[in-house]
Design a protein around this ligand. Structure first.
Ligand SMILES: C[S@@+](CC[C@H](N)C(=O)[O-])C[C@H]1O[C@@H](n2cnc3c(N)ncnc32)[C@H](O)[C@@H]1O
Length: 247
């Protein structure tokens, strides 16, 4: 499947799911969240920074559907994913708008950015010895998500999973002076990365301490727009917790 995806944009090299993040359902959802919660809301003078661009398709696809003309600076630690993203950006001729660097997001800080966006690594596991170590989100899956909510960007749009301690993340956001300004939710099937037995067993342990919520093979993934409280009056955190813990 990965091979087909890459060929469609004119690339001959192929990568397995273990080398480059590949989950089209999730990436499409992230792309739609970007469109509705970020690019249709911000102004062309806004700078957007992205943690973990993957192969770049979510932002690229989203940009084709909106009139946003501002800049996005992306960071991707995986050199193969970064290489694909850079080729796609060149292929779509949007390098004036979207750039991707092969470095850790945490090695940089752009204080002039108004928005931080990410579909962050959220796989919960006792350690990072999993199919794709760069998707490890710490023991409860929320470590990187919570770190991104500690950087003080005024607006942060993140995907939050119902099996990665969503209540802890929302509490962390509130403690860091964010409110939940808006959200979108989709049900997803456990996929390639979350179905790995070591991960699935760990998630079922987290469920016992109400840090993971799912039903059979289905979990919820939310695109959440967090805004600093001085930027937004609306706080939908109670409603978000209610939905995310309902399975
Ligand atoms: C869940 S994937 C999302 C990829 C893409 N945004 C998408 O939705 O299709 C998370 C990405 O974050 C990258 N990543 C992990 N740690 C990182 C870091 N410290 N800095 C930048 N990227 C990182 C991973 O390599 C992976 O490509």
């Amino acid at each position: 499947m990965t091979e087909t995806l890459l060929r469609s944009s004119g690339f001959s090299q192929s990568f397995s799911e273990k080398e480059v993040f590949f989950c089209p359902e999730e990436s499409h959802f992230y792309s739609h969240c970007l469109e509705r919660l970020v690019f249709n809301q911000c102004s062309n003078s806004d700078l957007v920074v992205e943690f973990g661009c993957g192969d770049g398709t979510p932002v690229i696809n989203s940009l084709t559907r909106v009139s946003f003309d501002g800049r996005i600076h992306g960071y991707e630690l995986n050199p193969s994913a970064c290489q694909i993203a850079q080729s796609r950006i060149a292929h779509h001729d949007i390098s004036h708008q979207y750039s991707v660097r092969n470095q850790s997001f945490f090695d940089t800080f752009q204080s002039d950015a108004q928005y931080l966006i990410a579909n962050p690594p959220y796989i919960p596991a006792p350690d990072d010895n999993i199919a794709m170590p760069l998707l490890h989100g710490g023991v409860d899956g929320a470590t990187i998500t919570n770190r991104l909510l500690s950087l003080d960007y005024p607006n942060v749009m993140l995907l939050v999973s119902s099996y990665s301690n969503p209540v802890g993340t929302i509490a962390h956001a509130l403690a860091n002076n964010y409110s939940v300004a808006d959200f979108m939710i989709t049900p997803l099937k456990f996929g390639y990365y979350s179905s790995e037995p070591k991960v699935k067993n760990h998630i079922s342990e987290l469920r016992k301490s109400r840090k993971a919520f799912y039903s059979g093979n289905i979990y919820f993934l939310a695109g959440v727009l967090f805004k600093k409280r001085d930027v937004s009056d609306l706080n939908l955190s109670t409603e978000l917790i209610r939905v995310m813990t309902s399975l």
